[in-house]
Design a protein around this ligand. Structure first.
Ligand SMILES: [Zn+2]
Length: 123
């Protein structure tokens, strides 16, 4: 299931504001049109139209039910908080459910790694 948390307005350091749609999970089996967004690296990305600054602002779960692949994609800037994130209760429950369905659960930091994994998984 694809889950959108909300749409938030974020301020850039340059003073410009942009709206960002925050996805909690992206299911490319149910919503194949989202795969294009994933491959363009724009899921949960704050992109400033004024100064060009861009960064991922929220972790999301990429889920391909056909390939039984689930990937947690963490933002690179929060990589240091790995321990606290891995103790997240919601994540544990989601993992148990995915495991019971025989899903391969991976973790990546940054969307470049996510795309590499998706591409490699196809081959
Ligand atoms: Zn800016």
């Amino acid at each position: 299931m694809t889950r959108i948390l909300n749409e938030i307005k974020m301020m850039c350091i340059c003073g410009n504001g942009e709206k960002v749609t925050i996805y909690d999970s992206v299911n490319v089996t149910n919503d194949p049109q989202l795969l294009e967004k994933v491959m363009k690296k724009i899921i949960n990305m704050f992109i400033c139209s004024k100064c060009g600054k861009n960064e991922q602002v929220h972790t999301f779960l990429y889920h391909d039910m056909n390939k039984k692949l689930a990937v947690y994609c963490y933002p690179t800037v929060r990589a240091m908080n790995y321990d606290s994130l891995s103790r997240d209760k919601g994540r544990k429950e989601a993992e148990q459910l995915l495991s019971s369905m025989g899903t391969d659960i991976r973790v990546v930091v940054g969307q470049d790694d996510l795309i590499r994994l998706i591409r490699d998984y196809n081959n």
